[in-house]
Design a protein around this ligand. Structure first.
Ligand code: ATP
Length: 645
């Protein structure tokens, strides 16, 4: 027998040793143990409670009346059985000092914290160090500080989505036949020509064939019917307001023609009955021949836009439609000479649609009030800009002057700031609101990357980070674009946005030093150079692009040309001026040199890429002092396809 490790203290060894070496003095005790074991066995047999472990030598005592005395030591027969999972371990008694020196939070505490946060109470500490991640139910923590956009309820967006499904082709709109034909002229080289959500929402409402969401307050004011078209960037708003407006102009013309014919027939009948009266005939001969359709400087529609570049862009769309629809469009801007403006407005053949910036048209209307006397449709494109501090006086002046003849006023914008919403609710309480389901959301096909300028190799040098980012884009091979069914254009066009106008020149000069073909685009840029560069960003005409290609950076910079130049890449460094409305279809990359001040700027700047189903990429340069939390929230919202606030 091997010696037990408990040696003398082990009770079994003690018993064995007693049995092995019986001594006289221990005989009575041994006899007692033997007797006790025997009695227990007999009792067990009598009550049918055999030991659970046969041969173990130990029996379970019965708890019956015959044996009220419990056994002193009983082994468990369930030691090997694992407890079922739902069996809870016994609770430890709370200890007065039990909460001290813990390294993990108790399970219950986590649950309580979650419940408190859902109820909206402050966190336990009452502090927020800026690193706390926001909860999924409240994704905009940093953006809440500068929340500037009007919120559209999700239920409204879902309801609109359902309505849009019925307009899957332009033929479904009750537009005049020449207008339907002209759509093809306005959208050349495009296989996909179905109405966009903005067009499906706006065209039926502007034609008066579909009910719209009106502001709840019903005013007693009489005046023009007001519409607000709010749709995301690059969603075809220009055609959405132009097609119904031109349709109304043509309908009016047809009506006037019918009325004129009717009048002429009546006059002829009258003249016949009074043929004997020589004097009547004489007066008739003296009456001047008035053609109402030809009315110089008295347009039927006015389109207001915030910049000369947009005047040219919208003017080009209107001209492309005019060949088939037969109407006269006059785009005028301060960049044109006085003679050109006069020729456009006072054309002997008349004018139907004038496209202008508000300050220019307001100044013309001051000296020629009649110019607004016949206007039935007034459109304010980029309405949030036209009602901001700089344009508001001239915009409202034009609206006031045109109101007597106005039938419809249409305001368009990709962003509805809170101040505009409030102003419109006061000024046009009965306004129809035409909103697309994805308003204020940056499409998922636009990705947003972040370059941390504080890290290696830039060490806080934003200009270097910008140049390096552009070089990387320029050198990368073209991506496959599913919208075009081919590789993206080999010449890459990149827009760089800065917050301050002064920075445009500085950044452009630096990029040129680094061998990048860059141009600063602001109000004072040389117009001819500006127009050429912009044409290559907006137009798709190969000739235009080729002519721009010959515009080497050598002609743009006074700096000595860099030995190392980046081929096939063009860059425009601009401010908000370049972010409003300009249809930069061929732009795949937008660099946000500065973090935009508001979500409105984020939407417009990133809206220059990924237009009309194309893919795009935005890159934010995050420098010292920039709001990383704001960028993170915008990025997360873009990933989820959610509207910004
Ligand atoms: N139904 C359509 N199908 C295909 N392309 C279209 C359609 N309608 C418009 N487009 C094209 O989409 C591009 C963007 O149009 P537009 O400039 O009107 O957008 P927008 O909504 O005014 O943008 P922003 O808000 O940036 O001013 C244009 O190049 C236009 O030719």
């Amino acid at each position: 027998m091997s010696p037990c490790r408990f040696a003398r203290s082990c009770p079994f060894c003690e018993v064995r040793s007693l049995l092995g070496h019986p001594s006289r003095s221990l005989q009575p005790q041994l006899q007692q143990i033997r007797l006790y074991t025997q009695v227990q066995r007999e009792r067990g047999e009598r009550h049918g409670t055999q030991s659970s472990r046969p041969g173990s030598g130990f029996s379970r005592p019965s708890r019956g009346r015959d044996n009220p005395r419990p056994a002193r030591m009983v082994l468990s027969d369930t030691v090997a059985r694992t407890p079922p999972s739902d069996e809870r371990p016994a609770r430890k008694k709370p200890d007065a000092f039990g909460h001290l020196n813990r390294t993990e939070a108790p399970r219950g505490l986590e649950r309580i914290r979650e419940q408190r946060e859902t109820r909206g109470s402050r966190p336990a500490t009452g502090r927020d160090d800026g690193k706390r991640r926001s909860r999924p139910s409240d994704p905009f923590h940093a953006l809440k500080m500068q929340s500037s956009l009007h919120q559209v309820p999700q239920s409204n967006r879902t309801a609109i989505k359902r309505k849009l499904e019925q307009y899957d082709s332009f033929d479904k709109f009750p537009l005049l036949e020449p207008i339907l034909r002209a759509v093809n002229d306005a959208l050349p080289n495009l296989e996909y020509r179905n109405p966009t959500p903005a067009q499906a929402v706006a065209i039926p409402a502007l034609l008066g064939i579909q009910k719209t969401t009106r502001t709840k307050v019903k005013s007693k004011k009489s005046g023009p019917e007001a519409f607000l078209l709010a749709a995301e960037t690059g969603s075809g708003k220009t055609l959405a307001y132009l097609l119904p407006t031109l349709d109304a102009i043509k309908q009016e013309e047809l009506q006037e023609k019918d009325e004129a014919e009717e009048q002429a027939r009546k006059d002829a009948e009258e003249a016949e009955t009074k043929a004997h009266d020589q004097r009547t005939d004489m007066f008739a001969a003296e009456e001047p021949d008035i053609n109402k359709a030809v009315d110089p400087a008295r347009p039927r529609a006015i389109i207001l836009v915030p910049s000369a570049e947009l005047v040219a862009q919208v003017g080009a769309v209107a001209k492309s439609l005019s060949h088939t629809i037969k109407f006269r469009a006059a785009p005028i801007s301060a960049k044109m000479s006085a003679t050109v403006i006069r020729n456009q407005l006072f054309n002997v053949n008349g004018v139907d649609v004038v496209i202008s910036t508000p300050p220019l048209l307001a100044s013309i209307a001051e000296s020629n009030p009649n110019i607004l006397a016949r206007v039935t449709h007034l459109i304010c494109d980029e309405a949030d800009s036209l009602f901001d501090r700089s344009f508001k006086p001239s915009t409202t002046e034009i609206i006031d002057r045109a109101t007597p003849s106005l039938k419809k006023i249409i305001l368009c914008s990709a962003t509805i700031p809170k101040y505009l919403d409030k102003y419109l609710a006061d000024k046009f309480p009965d306004m129809h609101r035409l909103v697309t389901p994805n308003l204020h959301a940056i499409p998922r096909r636009v990705q947003l990357g972040v370059v941390d300028v504080n890290k290696d190799p830039y060490h806080g040098n934003k200009m270097l980070a910008c140049a390096d980012t552009i070089w990387q884009i320029g050198k990368a091979s073209g991506d496959y674009d599913p919208a075009e069914g081919k590789e993206a254009v080999p010449t890459k066009r990149i827009l760089v946005f800065v917050n301050e106008r002064e920075d445009t020149e500085e950044v452009a000069q630096y990029l040129m030093k680094k061998g990048i073909d860059a141009l600063a685009f602001h109000r004072d840029t040389d117009p001819s150079r500006q127009a050429k560069t912009l044409a290559s960003f907006t137009g798709i005409s190969d000739e235009k692009i080729a002519s721009n290609a010959s515009d080497a950076p050598k002609s743009r910079s006074s700096e000595p040309p860099s030995k190392r130049t980046l081929p096939n890449t063009k860059v425009i460094v601009t401010t908000d001026l370049g972010s409003r409305g300009i249809d930069t279809v061929s732009v795949r990359h937008v660099v946000l040199y500065d973090v935009p001040h508001t979500t409105i700027d984020f939407i417009h700047r990133l809206g220059r890429t990924g237009r009309m189903g194309r893919r795009g990429r935005g890159i934010v340069l995050l420098g010292p002092g920039d709001r990383a939390d704001v960028v993170r929230e915008v990025r997360e919202a873009m990933f989820r396809g959610e509207a910004l606030i």
